[in-house]
Design a protein around this ligand. Structure first.
Ligand code: FE2
Length: 207
């Protein structure tokens, strides 16, 4: 049976304005999603073998599996796109794409930032539709309400309170978003974009 693992190499450290304590706290939640995926994966198989695959209890566990699975993968994209010290350069393919869609890098950044300020808990995600080449910013509620099948996540920002409560209080989301945007690994964003438009599948962690 496949086993989901915690990808330690994705853990960012030394960010500017997002403390290592904050990341450690958040990392613990990511580990919880990985653990829950393993538990549910096993439980679903056991229930099928016991002839319970068509029961309401199984359907409930399967729904929960989607929640936990999306929580796990979104955290892998999130931690994987955090790194201090890179900048969004004007000549990159990604920057040219957001400029084409939004008019300028600044306008795209403002829209992404506002996406993260959507009331409710969830994620701001800059997605590419590989079928059309169009880029857009989306808000995903919880982990699973608003993800669009086939779209490629280019930049993923967690805006649950747990992403910033160690460093800021409940009203600190705007400050956290500013800090997040100072710590984006723009090289990874460019790689995700470039691979997707060339028909290559981006792997969110090293195999
Ligand atoms: Fe989170």
């Amino acid at each position: 049976m496949y086993e989901y693992i915690v990808h330690e190499d994705l853990m960012p450290t030394g960010l500017e304005g997002i403390s290592d304590d904050q990341i450690q706290d958040h990392w613990g939640l990511y580990k919880g999603y990985v653990a829950q995926c393993n538990i549910l994966h096993k439980e679903l198989e056991e229930m099928r073998h016991a002839g319970k695959g068509g029961t309401p209890a199984y359907a409930d566990r399967r729904r929960r599996f989607g929640f936990e699975y999306a929580g796990m993968t979104l955290h892998e994209y999130y931690f994987g796109n955090l790194k201090a010290g890179t900048e969004l350069k004007g000549g990159t393919h990604f920057c040219r794409a957001v400029t084409a869609e939004f008019g300028s890098k600044k306008d795209w950044l403002e829209d992404f930032s506002n996406t993260g300020k959507t009331r409710g808990i969830g994620w701001a995600i800059c997605y590419l539709d590989p079928a059309t080449g169009q880029i857009n910013n989306h808000f995903v509620q919880l982990h699973e309400d608003g993800n669009i099948p086939g779209f490629v996540p280019l930049l993923v920002m967690d805006v649950f309170e747990h992403a910033y409560m160690v460093d800021h209080k409940a009203l600190g989301r705007p400050k956290y978003i500013e800090a997040f945007l100072r710590n984006v690994n723009w090289d990874i964003v460019e790689k995700r974009y470039s691979e997707a438009i060339h028909g290559k599948e981006f792997h969110r962690f090293a195999a």
